[in-house]
Structures are given as C-alpha cells and as structure tokens.
Design a protein around this ligand. Structure first.
Ligand code: TYD
Ligand code: MG
Length: 483
C-alpha cells in the first residue's frame, strides 16, 4: 500500500525539514519552504531502509545485500575516459568523460547549454558513440534544426537519437532497453533535469524533490550501465543551480556556464570534479556555428586600451592549470548622499570591503565618505586570492587619480595586518604576462625562497607591505629591482 510522507523543502537550497519554518534553516532565505507529499511504497521503504537519497529506483530493485570486496580486486579500468572534443571542454572535465560518471551542466537560460551538448554529441556520433538525447525543453524538430546549424549531416551521421519523454518511468525503461541492446559506448543527455518528473514523487516537475528523485535515478542508471550522463540544470534568481545541494552531492562533476552578460564569450567552469581539478576554465565564443574555443584566451580580460586610466590594475589569475591576465577597474568618488555605496561586479563585495579597510589602515588612504565601485573587465570572476593586491592598487590608483604605468602587473595576496603573501605559481603568471608584453610586475617579496623566474623583458619588483606595493605600482620612480 502506498504511504504518504509530508515534508517541507526549501525551493532555493533544497533543505528538507519535517515541519514548516518561515526562514529556511539551511540557507536562511525567508518564505522558501513549501510542503511536499511523497507517495512511497511502504514495503520497499521498510525492507531497503532509507538509502542515501531516501528513494528507491523503480527498476531492477536489487534486494541482495552487498558483500565487501577487497580493494585490489576492484577493476580500476572502469574509470576509462571517453574522448571529448573540443579540448577546452575535455580539460575542464579532467581529460575526457569518465564512463559511468554524472555531469551536471548549469547555467542561465539561453547561455548555450544545449548548444554545447549538441556540439559534443555531434562529435561523439562521428566517432561511433551513441547519443541518447532526452528532449524535455524543446521539440525534436528544434533539436534537429540546432544540430543542422552545428553541422549535422543527416545522410552521414548515425547514432544521434532523441527521446521526447519527460515521464521518468517510461524514460528509464526506454533508456535501459536501448542500452541493453547496444554494446558500444553511449552517452545520455537529459535536457533538462527540471522538466522530468517521476510518479513516485507527488510534486510538480522542477521542484527540489522531483529534481532529487530524477537526478538520483539517472545517476543510478549511469553507474549501473557504465554510461555517462549529462544533466542540464537551470539556475535560480540568486545564481544557484535550482536544488543545487541535492544534485551536487549526487553527481561527479559540476560544470557551470558563466558570462552571459551581453557578449559572445562564454566561460565554463568546473566547480566540482571527482575526476580532475576544480577551477578549470574553458573559454568559448558563441558564434553562428556554435560554441568555438577561443585560441589565445590569456589576454581576453584586459581592458583593451592603449594608455592606462586611473583605477585600472592588471593581475594574473590562475584558473586550474591556466593563467589569465585580468584587468580590475575601480572607481572611488566622494559620496554625495548619506551612506557611501559599495558596488561590485565579478568579485566578492566583502573582499572589497576588507581590502578597502586594509588600504585605509595600512596605507593611510582615506576612503571614508567615498563611494567605491569595483568591476572586472570582460565579465570574468576573481576568486584567486592573488588578485587582492590588484584590487587594492586599483582602489588606490582611482583615489589618487594616478594611473599605473602601462605594462604593469600586480600580483599578491594581502593579509589583515597588511602583510603580503606571494602568489602560488608566480613564475607561470609572470611568463603569461611577459608573453603579452608586460614589463613590470609588482609582487609580494618571497622570504627565504628563490626569486621567481622572470621572462625576458619583464622585471619583478618585490614589495614587503601594502604601502610599499601601492607606492611601487603607482610611482615608477620608486622602482627597485629585486636583488
Ligand atoms: P541554447 O544552447 O539554446 O541555450 P540554453 O540551452 O542554455 O538555454 O543557446 C541559446 C542561444 O545561443 C540562442 O540565443 C541562440 C544562440 N546560438 C548561436 O548564437 N549560435 C548557434 O549556433 C546556436 C545553436 C545558438
Ligand atoms: Mg536548452
């Protein structure tokens, strides 16, 4: 007999409670908890216990208890990787797509998730990999039109199959049957997870419980069949993946699309990866014929001006294995109305407030009563702590109305007491700056360790404190060469 359980799930973070709260205990958002009733088969629930996901797959429920297996008997080759083209995306995935892995691809509507996956799918079918594309959002005709725009040749390319089904149970049956009858490699793409719904869950498609149930069931299928699954996920207003916490735990890799801010440049970042490093960034351009990797992305986030204006500072940030030169722009203006404003884009507001406070305290600059605006060129996001010094220098440069000399790079992490910490992999950052014609790099002094390797034409200038770094960056006359 089907039993119904009631619980309350936060629409933003997916936190679950047994009673209603006005404020979500998980993410502190107000009024986001909604009631859900789940019909669960009482017998199955009792016998199998409440698994990690609290749900049971409706298909092939295996009731035998698992036996411990010695580690040396585990077949490590099961982590074989399917090649992925373009290389940009392959690198973000950690060097190909691991068989049986589940990848969540998140991003705002229209950013290019379906375009990216269709592009990958076309490359796979050309190499004999079967692609099962679950069309929840668009009609099969729309998918075909997109594929044709991306170079699909109906007479030559086989193995690209569309499943227009959003009910989870029949979908699983079709997928299971298709995979059982096929012994080559195959990839499943579910576009999107928010459109699927299972009968076992008594709530509307796209709700956290449905996402959790459908995501979990597809992840089960991926692991059982050794077939990689892509889940497309939308983001909420606050920029999170809808039901993010639930899905992030369930999947192996989370890729996030960034940079829909008007331009054609799209960034795909790995925020979680069980099979590679996180922080890897792919830089792509949305063109007529799809998403094309950008060749020389190292200087993509520079301002593109000849001379420097006050308030602009360039730092070299690392995203996974790559270095990008990024321009930070700051505007410090005296505030005319009441409370001074702090407006930021592409960088954490609290970090800017902290750096502004350090600048006041340690370098004697007066930012009180000033509006502070900070922006990162090209829609990039600054997470790398080594960008601290560039943000700080940009603020000082704007306040003093004094530009940094052209060709100046500023790299280093700043501590609360105004001490500077050298950036990780400094030589790599300097190499990239040298390649793009930078001549001076103001860095944190490295105590006791060997000085970084500097490329020809670039001089590294070591600063010991915030005050010294600002002076060295803004006043070339004070330049000292590192000894
Ligand atoms: P889409 O992949 O449908 O976005 P998502 O799945 O993330 O919602 O892409 C949407 C945009 O991309 C759409 O505005 C059209 C544009 N686009 C191109 O510019 N070139 C192309 O080749 C394709 C397929 C789409
Ligand atoms: Mg889409």
């Amino acid at each position: 007999m089907a039993k119904t359980t009631t619980h309350f799930v936060c629409g933003d973070c997916g936190h679950t409670e047994v009673r209603w709260y006005g404020r979500c205990p998980g993410c502190s958002a107000y009024g986001t908890l909604t009631e859900f009733r789940e019909a669960r088969d009482a017998g199955a629930g009792k016998g199998a216990g409440k698994g990690a996901r609290g749900f049971q797959s409706t298909l092939e429920t295996d009731t035998r208890a698992a036996k411990p297996v010695p580690l040396r008997e585990i077949d490590a080759r099961s982590a074989a990787r399917l090649p992925v083209v373009p290389e940009e995306i392959s690198r973000v995935l950690g060097g190909g797509l691991v068989e049986g892995s589940v990848v969540l691809l998140g991003g705002e509507p229209g950013v290019g998730k379906s375009t990216l996956l269709t592009g990958l799918a076309l490359d796979w079918v050309r190499r004999g990999v079967r692609v099962l594309y679950v069309a929840g959002e668009e009609s099969p005709a729309q998918i075909r039109l997109r594929a044709e725009r991306l170079g699909f040749k109906p007479e030559r390319e086989e193995g690209f199959e569309i499943l227009a089904e959003v009910r989870l149970e029949p979908l699983l049956e079709s997928l299971d049957a298709a995979l059982a009858a096929h012994d080559g490699p195959a990839v499943i793409i579910a576009d999107s997870i928010q459109t699927l719904h299972g009968d076992q869950v008594d709530s509307y498609p796209g709700s956290p419980t449905q996402i959790r149930y459908c995501g979990g069931t597809l992840a089960d299928l991926a692991r059982r069949r050794g077939c990689p699954v892509f889940l497309v996920g939308h983001v909420t207003k606050s920029g999170d993946l809808a039901g993010p916490k639930l899905l992030e735990h369930m999947v192996d890799t989370v890729l996030y699309f960034e940079g829909s801010g008007g331009g054609a440049i799209r960034l795909v970042r790995a925020v979680k990866n069980r099979f590679g490093t996180t922080g890897e960034l792919a830089v792509l351009e949305m063109r007529q014929d799809g998403l094309i990797p950008v060749d020389d992305a190292g200087a993509l986030f520079l301002g593109g001006r000849d001379g420097n204006e006050p308030g602009a500072a360039v730092c070299a940030v690392r995203n996974g294995s790559r270095v990008f030169l990024v321009e930070v722009q700051a505007l410090v203006a005296s505030s005319r109305y009441g409370t001074p404003q702090r407006v930021v884009q592409g960088v954490d507001g609290k970090r800017v407030a902290l750096l502004a406070a350090i600048l006041e305290k340690r370098a004697g600059l007066d930012l009180a009563g000033c509006d502070v605006f900070v922006k990162v060129a090209g829609g990039a996001r600054l997470d790398d702590p080594a960008a601290d010094l560039a943000i700080l220098t940009a603020l000082a440069s704007s306040l003093r109305e004094r530009p940094l000399p052209p060709g100046t790079l500023v790299v280093g992490e700043v501590g609360l007491t105004g001490e500077l910490r050298p950036a990780a992999a400094l030589s790599e950052r300097l190499r990239e700056a040298g390649r793009h014609g930078f001549q001076r790099a103001v860095c944190a002094a490295q105590k006791g360790s060997t000085p970084p390797q500097t490329p020809a034409g670039l001089t590294a200038i070591a600063a010991r404190s915030v005050e010294e770094a600002v002076a060295l960056a803004l006043e070339p006359a004070a330049t000292r060469e590192e000894g």
